[in-house]
Design a binder for this molecule. Sequence first.
Ligand code: IPM
Ligand code: MG
Length: 364
Amino acid sequence: MEATIVLLPGDGIGPEVTQAAVAVLETVAEMFGHTFHMQEHLIGGVALDVRGHPLPDDTLQACLEADAVFLAAVGGPRWDRPDLPMRPEQGLLALRKAMGVFANLRPVRVFPPLVHASPLKPDIVKGTDFVVVRELTGGIYFGPRQEPTQGRAYDTMVYTEEEIARVVRMAARVAMQRGKHLVSVDKANVLATSRLWRQVTERVVAQEFPQVVLEHLLVDAAAMHLLRRPSTFDVLVTANMFGDILTDEAAALAGSLGMLPSASLGETRNRHGFPRGLYEPVHGSAPDIAGQGIANPLAAILSAALLLRHSLGLEKEARAVERAVEQALEAGFRTLDLAVEEEPVSTRAMTRAVVGMLRGAVGG
Ligand code: IPM
Ligand code: MG
């Protein structure tokens, strides 16, 4: 297969973990006989510095023409300044919106070798394997707002039936391929948007996915249940902000935020007939460790695996990458964020370990 992949390294540890994803994609291309045309573009704080805008036109254009987009991270304290015209994060939100990727799939899986890396008891995290489907282009991150003006500011949460229905459909489809158990998370005891969310979710699942078992949880309770009984979840679907918060929490189950990949999908197809997705590690730019070569590249590598699976239809290749990550962990490789007793390895050493496992498995 021939595919065009846009790379958006962005800020902080972004460039370091992008290198890791590229190394893995190049290995996959070589071993499985594919051609990936990878082109880098600017986004976020670095784009703001160089081009005066966090999402320059040529970056957006390239993303809309690509088969898939890989984005590492945006933002950092350097751009936390009210005098700047825009924030780096606005580039990312605008890109998600422009690509129409309304569903953000965040798989949370505890790799067996990392059961002890979690701050939670091994008995609790063992066997955890669920997917959070976060609504990504609506809700309070996109509603009418007023920046602080005379001691007052506001953000607004708005949802339409259609916005809810399409993300619930996506989540129900994911559930159909897994355990057919969907938990919808909202705050229906307080928020009007959540009451609409519940109605629409009930209807879509009853009419279109009768085999899916649907349950509702209030977001505050969900935050607790995720820590008390994480292994009982299969698929969760929730609004933009709730999903943002719950997936950082869920990262503690997997041992580190450095382990969580994500795939953002919509209805637009690429030239191969697959969804044109946006793939991002869930971790941010981690400015405190940027440039030191110690960041965990696994979330970026696992995001590359999701890209192969969802946007290029390369399931065998995606599995090979996921297996290689697991083998590197089984062999004892740990970056600083994961190390319990092990001597931590660098970003590059972890990447080399994964690439080595991949070559070994495919026989190269
Ligand atoms: C995420 C991040 C982003 C978000 C930020 C950087 C805008 O936290 O992808 O979870 O809130 O969506
Ligand atoms: Mg977040």
